[in-house]
Every structure is written in C-alpha cells, then in structure tokens.
Design a protein around this ligand. Sequence first.
Ligand SMILES: Cc1ncc(COP(=O)(O)O)c(C=O)c1O
Length: 370
Amino acid sequence: MQDPILLTPGPLTTSLATRMAMLNDWGSWDEAFNTLTASVRRDLVDIVDGVDTHVCVPLQGSGAFAVEAALGTLIPDHGRVLVADNGAYCKRIVRILERLGREVVVLAHAEDAPADPARIDAALAADPRITHVAQVHCETGAGVLNPLSDIAAVVAARGRRLIVDAMSSFGALPIDARSLPFDALVAASGKCLEGPPGMGFVIARRDVLEAAGGHSRSLALDLHDQWTYMEATGQWRFTPPTHVVAALRSALDQYLAQGGRPARLARYSANCAALVDGMTALGFRPFVEHGVQAPIIVTFLAPADPAYDFKTMYRRVRDMGFVLYPGKLTTVDSFRVGCMGDIDPAIIGRAVAAIRDSLTAMGVRRFAPD
Ligand SMILES: Cc1ncc(COP(=O)(O)O)c(C=O)c1O
C-alpha cells in the first residue's frame, strides 16, 4: 500500500532514500555513529553560516522538547522574556516559560499579522528588565512569516538576547548567523530538512552556552549538560534516536545535492504558489495576506456552505491519498495545507483536485468562506 502524501507541518512526506537510511541498526557507543552525529551537527551549523560563533546541540524528542530545553537552559532564573504572540506556537512558548517559572511579557498580535518590530522595540524601551526576546520565525499556526532580521536588529540594538523558534523555517528561509544576531535558534529533524521526526536541535552561541551551566531545572532537557557531555565523549548523554540521526544524515546529503537552502525555498515557494492559485481558483480564501504568507503552510478559511464538514472532507481526501491538517485559529473555522516535504507542484495540483472532488461529492457548491 502506498503511503498518503502528508500535507502537514510534520511529520512530512520523506524521500525513499531517507526512509531507506533507517534500515540499519547503530550502536550508540560505536565510533561510526559518533562520526555520523558529528557530521550532522557540523552541517546544521553550516546551514546558518554559524561555524565561527555557534555550536549545534541535538536533543532527543520533538521540536517542543528542544524549545523547552533552549528556554530552560539559556534563560536564567532572573530572566524576563518578551514574546510577540501571533499564534499557537508563540502561545506554547509562553506556556513553557510560565512552567519554567520565568517572567513573561506578552505582546499580543492578531493571528494574521506579523510580529511588529516597532512594537517590540517600544516594549523593550519601556521595560529595561526584559532580558530576552523569544521569537517564532514562521508561525506555523496560521502560516505567517515574522520579520526575523528586523526583529533581531531591534533586539540587538536594545542590548537584549534573542532566542528563535525556527522550527518550520530552518533550512528553507534565509537565516545568516554572521549578520543576524541571535543567541540560539531551535529546529528539528522532521521539518524543512525533510528527515523523520524525533530529533530537535539548538544552534547556540558558544559563549552563551558556555555561560549557561546550572540554569536548567531539568536533567533530560539540560542543553548545557547535553553539549558538554557530547563535546567530551562524542556521544549522546542518553539513548540517541539512532535511526532518526541516520535518516537525517541522508536527508542532509540529498538537501545539499539538490542545491541546499535556496533550492529548498524555491521548491516550497513553487508548492505554495500552486496551492494558493489552485485553491483560490476554486473559490477558497487564504487567511493570511500574500505579503506575510510563509511558503510553508497555508491556512484556508472553511467554506460557508452548510454541506461542508472538515472531518468528512479529511476522510475523503485521505482516501484519495492526501493528508490535510486541521486549522489552529482561535476565532474562525479553517484548515491547513502544508507546502513542505518531498513534494512538488504537480503533487499539490493533484491534492487541490482531490479537495475539489471530495467537497463536490459532499454536496458543497460554494467553496468561499462567505
Ligand atoms: C513554530 C513551531 N514551533 C514548535 C514546533 C514543535 O512542535 P512539536 O513538538 O509538536 O513538533 C512546531 C511544530 O510544527 C512549530 O511549527
């Protein structure tokens, strides 16, 4: 049976070569696996041109584990963190910080609006006690791309520290550590790099990480501990996700052979254009305006037609070979379609046709939200 195409923010559709790379067993103490880990860590830092300043610390678990590890390790007890909140993953950061007992200042934004550097600047000016800004780059909740370099410039100019959740942008959207000042950036294996899920990683400034010993109240999520152990031994502190690391190595080889980050962005942008064009031609309306839409995942407003029902559409589209994603907006009914993974515009075209045919069979006559 053929797997369905995953049009989601992860897990994603991966290439056959990536899946094949999981057919071997690796010993966690074995030199061959340590070499694999070291090469993956090096290549991940390279993607953001951070070799001179930053190091990569991989961590077992999904992306949220790495986000929590970064926040818990790099922000000291007395830290006070500004979060410009324009969606679900920003809200998750706020929840993590509250659990960690770090002070949070939330700057609320609309879900379809990018984080505003001027408002961030004003908030930092008004509150000198804010030590850090935690910023989501691509807010996968609605699909908004936040202006990371402008925000980074504002944060640096105010002398504060920046931690970036680049989960669904790393590897596709440009981030250059030489010109964009950040203390840490968090991402994961199963996003734009198109590996399987299971490994998060943090690209952190070496000096900042060196100074972060003893901050973490968690053992398993102590990034400083994970890093120092790995530097000293070449090994993971606790059982590594060996198959995921091996598959990520293969995914990185394919990524580099395909032209690296610019090529990945070009393919995702073509996917996104095919998706938005195809869906708007049917009458759907994207929730986010074109200028702030990240080429990663698109939120569409639900059709107003009374015959529409997400779960029924989902099942029918699934039967035709495509997995959609529910919406994550707090106020309006919506659903999401991802542009990432080992897919191209031709596949997107077939997915749009599957959505059209499923809704037509359900008796939906109008796909517009009003
Ligand atoms: C912006 C962002 N942050 C964090 C995460 C991590 O979430 P999870 O741990 O569920 O993979 C995701 C996953 O899609 C994301 O898009």
